[in-house]
Design a protein around this ligand. Structure first.
Ligand code: NDP
Length: 259
């Protein structure tokens, strides 16, 4: 696999779960890693672990829904390390609720984090990447961005929207040296389910992955860029089936649900 030594990566949502595991794995491959999230104490703990392993790390505290905080984090990163090779747009939140219990404000809030936050961070790094003539944007969607699930309408909407945004950007950036990838994790063991807005207890379907498995797939994508990554490969079948035979997949999910 190509060497990541000296590359500069910015990971949003690096204070727990998939983002934390991705930051650790990038550092293990000798990339320099900037950690972005709101909980500074958690970011410092992740950074300490990376430093103890001999890695280079920078803590950037902020909220992806605050454009000024995102821009100033990127400016600090560029001032210190002079470049940015990889942006992993991972920060995200969930919501479990019956459709009729989702308020417009809750959907707006979720979009702010899961979609607008990605737009903001990406627009903040693109000028530097364009100047470098290289870069890689990796957006963490979900299988819930390819197949809607009951009690997850708001979350599904944000993750589907991220797919459209990313596919369009990938084509707009063709020829610039900047790669764009989408990651579709299945259910992953993290703090996600504790942190999400919860008005219902949706059923969990199928297998579960570890954050380290998803992080491994993301880092392999940094090393060998691809448009789409399914860290649990059989999940691609669900995405394809859902596009070809949505009624059949509804029926299949209902049968799984009633088990
Ligand atoms: P976690 O809750 O463990 O991590 C979420 C991360 O996002 C935290 O570091 C959190 O940090 C950060 N974050 C949340 N809101 C903001 C914000 N406004 N500004 C900055 N950072 C923020 O969950 P996961 O690791 O599971 O989630 C990571 C991504 O993976 C999300 O995009 C999620 O949608 C996606 N995903 C998760 C799946 C799962 O089953 N876990 C399945 C498929 C996709 P802090 O609170 O410190 O700001």
């Amino acid at each position: 696999m190509p060497d990541l030594a000296g590359k500069v990566a910015l990971v949003t949502g690096a204070s727990s779960g998939i983002g934390e595991a991705t930051a650790r794995e990038l550092a293990r491959q000798w990339a320099r890693v900037a950690l972005f999230a709101r909980r500074e104490n958690r970011l410092e703990e992740v950074a300490d672990g990376i430093r103890r392993g001999g890695g280079k790390v920078m803590v950037l505290t902020g909220d992806v829904t605050d454009p000024a905080a995102v821009l100033s984090a990127v400016q600090r990163l560029l001032a210190d390390w002079k470049r940015v090779d990889v942006l992993v747009n991972n920060a995200g939140r969930g919501m479990a609720a019956p459709f009729e219990a989702v308020t417009a404000q809750e959907l707006r809030d979720l979009l702010e984090v899961n979609l607008i936050g990605v737009l903001t961070a990406t627009q903040a790094v693109l000028p530097a990447m364009r100047q470098q003539g290289s870069g890689h944007i990796i957006n963490v969607s979900s299988v819930a961005g390819r197949r809607g699930l009951p009690l997850r309408s708001a979350y599904n909407a944000t993750k589907f929207a991220l797919v459209g945004l990313t596919e369009a950007l990938r084509q707009e950036l063709r020829g610039t040296g900047i790669r764009v990838s989408l990651v579709y994790p299945i259910s992953t063991v993290t703090e996600f389910h504790d942190a999400e807005v919860k008005k219902a207890e949706p059923r969990r379907y199928g297998p579960v992955q570890s954050a380290e498995q998803v992080a491994g797939a993301i880092v392999r994508c940094v090393q060998r860029p691809r448009p789409e990554v399914y860290p649990y490969p059989p999940a691609r079948i669900l995405a394809v089936l859902s596009a070809l035979a949505p009624g059949f997949v509804d029926w299949m999910m209902e049968r799984l649900r009633s088990r």
